[in-house]
Write a protein that binds this ligand. Structure first.
Ligand SMILES: [Mn+2]
Length: 327
């Protein structure tokens, strides 16, 4: 299997007429920025485009030019000739949209996760891209689309959020080269930063307080974890989206190599997220032990067990893994 070239992707997009775009469940800044930028680019080429995600857009991304692009569900008798999955390593990541995709003739899979299952008729998978937004930037240029300020804001949001505000190891000269172009096109880094990171509700910060009070460590303080219960979300009137990025507080501790968050889902299952600080601690492997996946330094899995049992099982594997890699 090989990734299609950018011109093959551009040709496939040129051929389509009616597009359905979607990103993964619990959409993040990268998925949302990428799908809106691509939708606006396709509209410039006079294509029909609809975006339908499995879950709603978090409020801090609603400043982006959503302008009638989104629908809540697939309309009856809708016809799409081409579907584009953004930032989905496998069809399951599409959530409720998985079935809608399976009936569409051409599927284009655009992603930067190393574990991508190549489920598309066309696959544009570039693990070296800092964000799917970067891949969309390249695709829009290949399509000779004029990137307007709204599209630039979307791509900037993708890159800002997926690089942890230009701090993660995926930040390269290429990242900054694209950002240079985006700023020239009218992006205001200050405005976007405020919209994305300084638009918190009081409840979200109360939730943060509750989460941090659960912070716990391994004896050598190299592993830190936090626990998020359903009750915390209920008490603070918040949702899962409000907990995005909170694991990074555990990772920000100097002694910590691996940070973990355990989130109790409404289904009763437990979502486990992993963050690692170095290439040596490959948390993609750890998530893989529980049928999950992701990147070397950021991964996740869902465990069908109680919060307490999951914590025990996962921590055991993590400590075992660290002992092995230390040798
Ligand atoms: Mn991404």
């Amino acid at each position: 299997l090989r990734s299609n070239t950018i011109s093959e992707i551009a040709n496939a997009l040129r051929k389509g007429d009616d597009f359905l775009l979607a990103t993964h469940v619990h959409p993040d800044g990268d998925g949302i920025g990428a799908e809106i930028a691509l939708a606006l680019g396709l509209k410039q080429l006079k294509k029909k485009v609809t975006i339908i995600n499995s879950d709603p857009i978090p409020s801090n991304y609603c400043f982006l030019p959503l302008e009638g692009l989104f629908k809540d569900r697939v309309p009856r008798h809708a016809f799409f000739s081409c579907a584009v999955a953004l930032e989905c390593s496998e069809p399951e990541r599409l959530g409720k949209m998985k079935d809608a995709f399976s009936g569409i003739e051409t599927i284009i899979n655009i992603d930067h996760h190393p574990g991508n299952s190549w489920f598309g008729d066309y696959n544009y998978v570039r693990t070296e891209a800092c964000a799917v937004g970067e891949q969309i930037y390249d695709i829009l240029n290949a399509l000779k689309v004029r990137i307007d300020p709204g599209m630039a804001a979307c791509i900037y949001t993708s890159i800002l959020t997926d690089t942890g505000s230009f701090s993660y190891s995926n930040t390269t000269w290429r990242t900054h080269e694209i950002v240079e172009e985006l700023i020239k096109l009218g992006v205001s880094p200050t405005d976007i930063y405020q919209e994305v990171y300084e638009s918190n509700s009081p409840g979200k910060i109360q939730l943060l307080g509750q989460i941090l009070s659960t912070l716990a460590f391994s004896t050598d303080k190299r592993v830190a974890w936090v626990t998020l219960t359903r009750k915390m979300f209920k008490d603070t009137h918040t949702s899962y989206e409000d907990a995005e990025g909170m694991i990074n507080y555990a990772r920000s501790i100097k002694t910590v190599d691996i940070a973990i968050s355990f989130t109790e889902l409404t289904s009763g299952k437990v979502k486990v997220s992993f963050r690692s600080k170095s290439q040596e601690q490959d948390v993609n492997k750890i998530a893989g032990m529980f049928n999950g996946g992701g990147h070397t330094r950021a991964s996740g899995c869902v465990v069908d067990d109680t919060l307490e049992n999951t914590r025990k099982k996962v921590l055991e594997k993590v400590l075992q893994y660290m002992k092995k890699t230390d040798k």
